[in-house]
Design a protein around this ligand. Structure first.
Ligand SMILES: C[C@](O)(C(=O)O)[C@H](CC(=O)O)C(=O)O
Ligand SMILES: [Mg+2]
Length: 288
């Protein structure tokens, strides 16, 4: 195992495209690990929605970091975290990076939107000047204690000032010290390919659903040169649909018996949690 979470993520992306699913709670991170994923993601969109608010920067850094820490503790996989706009300006970014790093995550991505930020796939976004964002990247890089902690710069320019500005900004953010680039909301496969041809750096492709980008596969994006392929809300959307359907059926029937085959069983849950391991250790400590 790599010495740090950041190093683990860097080793993965160097070895080829790595699929990074969003995990909307720590238990889901354990499921992702068990299924065979090699890295996981904490989505600001899922964290916000899961707490009943839209993804417009309402939750604060403390809430993000607390969720990140619990998630990082639940898995051995490197955890990439959404850090929105960094929760303020350069000095806030310093503190944001230190808190995420201390929480044990592999790295964060920072985006170049103004507050209130939006989901990258919605209209109505505005950008900060590229120089302002470059300063935030410099602050993030200066603040990390472990040089392998990943500072990823996301540009939302494609939907605001256009593709060429997204490329220009990506290059400026790399020059400011960003380790990787997240070009948000590219609109066609051809744009994904062109971006990868023009920006030589570890790149992340965001395959969120119902947005502006086509849902390409890890293999397709890997062939274009993407190092990481993000599925930020896939499990969340499926789980929320399942929860809604279960609640509707329970409400209508007055019992849950027909839902049992669709449930994670108690035994399956305890297995994912390694409940037997806890009991065995407890018995061992008591025996002395
Ligand atoms: C990646 C993202 O930042 C997230 O918070 O998961 C979102 C995803 C989404 O809302 O679909 C984004 O792309 O802005
Ligand atoms: Mg987000």
């Amino acid at each position: 195992m790599a010495a740090t979470a950041g190093l683990a993520l860097r080793q993965l992306w160097a070895a080829g495209p790595v699929a990074v699913p969003g995990v909307f709670n720590p238990l889901t991170a354990r499921l992702a690990e068990r299924v065979g994923f090699r890295a996981v993601y904490m989505s600001g969109g899922a964290l916000s929605a899961g707490n009943g608010v839209p993804d417009i920067g309402l939750l604060g850094v403390t809430e993000f970091v607390q969720a990140a820490q619990l998630t990082a503790q639940a898995t051995t996989l490197p955890l990439l975290c959404d850090a929105d706009t960094g929760f303020g300006e350069t000095l806030n970014v310093e503190r944001t990076v230190r808190l995420f790093e201390a929480a044990g995550v592999a790295g964060v991505h920072l985006e170049d939107q103004v507050m209130p930020k939006r989901c990258g796939h919605l209209a109505g976004k505005s950008l900060v000047d590229a120089d302002v964002m470059a300063a935030k990247v410099r602050a993030a890089v200066a603040a990390r204690r472990d040089a392998s902690f990943v500072v990823m710069a996301r540009t939302d320019a494609r939907g605001v000032t256009g593709f060429d500005d997204a490329v220009r900004r990506a290059k400026q953010y790399l020059a400011a010290g960003a380790d990787a680039i997240f070009p948000e909301a590219l609109e066609t496969a051809e744009e994904f390919a062109r971006f990868a041809a023009e920006v030589k750096a570890p790149l992340l492709a965001n395959m969120t659903e119902f947005g502006k980008s086509p849902n390409l596969s890890v293999a397709e994006l890997g062939a274009m040169g993407y190092a990481m392929v993000l599925f930020p809300l896939t499990a969340f959307r499926v789980a929320m649909k399942a929860a809604e359907e279960a609640l509707k059926e329970l409400h209508a029937a007055g019992h849950q018996r027909d839902l049992l085959p669709r449930m994670q069983t108690r035994a399956e849950l305890y297995d994912v949690l390694d409940y037997p391991g806890y009991e065995a250790r407890d018995r061992g400590y008591l025996r002395g």
